[in-house]
Design a protein around this ligand. Sequence first.
Ligand SMILES: Nc1ncnc2c1ncn2[C@@H]1O[C@H](COP(=O)(O)OP(=O)(O)OP(=O)(O)O)[C@@H](O)[C@H]1O
Length: 334
Amino acid sequence: MSGGPVLATEGLVVGYRRRGREVVVLRGVELAARAGELVAVVGPNGAGKSTLLRTVVGAQGALAGRVLLGGEDVGGLSARERARRVAVMLTEPVDVGLMSVEAVVALGRLPYRSWLGGRGERDQEVVDRALVDAGVGSLRDRVLSDLSDGERQRVMLARALAQEPAVLVLDEPTAFLDVARRIELAAVLSRLAATSGMAIVLSTHDLGFALRRADQVWLVRGQSVTASAPEDLAYSGAIADCFAGENMTFDDAAATVVVADNSTPGATVRVDAEGRLRHWAEHAVRRAGCTPTTGDSSLTLKIEPDARWWVDGAEGVGFGALVTHLRKSGSTAR
Ligand SMILES: Nc1ncnc2c1ncn2[C@@H]1O[C@H](COP(=O)(O)OP(=O)(O)OP(=O)(O)O)[C@@H](O)[C@H]1O
């Protein structure tokens, strides 16, 4: 298996069996993830991301086709062998009662222990490293039920890392996190993929994260999955086709979907400012329905670091007042 994909699918059909009937969610799924790769699974709500991930880790059977972990069919692996190859962090809350963080993370070593054996030196080393890698070293003696959702999620990540899997699968790992923790976790996962040699496959609604950090994106839509480099999917318009709809467009620069501004274009405003001040002044100008420019224009906005501004013979303080003024006068000016 060396050099080959650590995770692959062949002719996979993903879905559910209900009262003897098959409900197909995805068909013809041909995917491969290699050691060290970070794969982002993206797609609209209900497209089948979670169902795909559950099938890939063997938590639900495939309707047809195969999932290969390290070249072996996941269906033929014992639970113990499977747990050594793939670790999973799903969105479902885990009930671990009053266990300490360290004890929960140590559960990740179970696939390596004999039924009677305790935790060995190597197990302890792996647990310690997993706690640090997931950024929860300082929480090791706390009781899991006392932690915040974000902290608990990191503990679950540490437990998954303690399994030392070849493939780590995470379903929406950033869902509960605030913006700073989300960026932090994204950085941790990118670093882990690059340094640990694990393949990390995660589903996310954060397109910016997927496009900036992933080596591959698996785009789930219309009962199929397209796998490609993020730039291919953005450049070809596949991501825009998938997400952009009425009043939504895909913004290349921001690498995300934005609300389309279909209002009548307002005036062009020359913005006389630099750096962050310029960025937020342009933001306000756009919000007012006008177009910021660095070139010549009959309207010039001058703005100072304390947000005092002058435009079109008027003056004021603060971005809110600026937007109000431009909406009243700017959009009709030329
Ligand atoms: N247990 C089930 N039985 C039958 N159909 C199901 C079951 N669970 C999910 N589905 C259906 O499968 C489809 C895919 O659901 P899934 O949860 O995989 O989507 P998703 O892409 O993860 O969505 P989201 O972004 O909202 O989390 C949906 O149409 C859903 O209704």
